[in-house]
Ligand binder design. Sequence first.
Ligand code: URA
Length: 187
Amino acid sequence: MRTWEELERDCGSCTRCGLCRTRHNVVFGVGPRDADVMFVGEGPGEQEDLRGEPFVGPAGMLLDDMLSIIDLGRHNCYIANIVKCRPPHNRDPQEQEQEACIDYLRDQMALVRPKVIVCLGRIAAMKLIKPDFRITREHGGWMEKGGVWFTAMYHPSALLRDVSKRPETFEDLLSLREKLRELQVEL
Ligand code: URA
């Protein structure tokens, strides 16, 4: 497996898919490299592409608010995306773009070795939990794979568009807090 330095270097110069032609910055990921909790979104938006950091735009602000509900600070979590370069006009990343990029995330997961991985939205849940994951029906559920606990919640962008989904997300956040307590993760 690659070291952090090798991984960051390879990712930073990646040309494995067409998204490299329109990106301003590769959005590698941020957070402690030994975090117990990892959040995975789908791909950078405009602000993230300009700044090279995940979840720093409007969805990121809402993510910070969501984390604060359960006293989880962004600085305690590792945050990354399924694809590291912005899909034009924020379209969904295509399957072949996800496939080209997923090795970077797999290496990040193996290096961080978090206890819990939270998929933000359908795209991350389908890639990391199961291909037929239905976010409306299955958000908030838990699945253990290889010693890591996975769950999914609505993507903060979806919660910005549709506030009626927020109460369910509140429940999912409480469930996350409960799981972290169970695993004796310090918040
Ligand atoms: N949406 C995502 O999925 N990831 C980001 O980093 C920002 C917005």
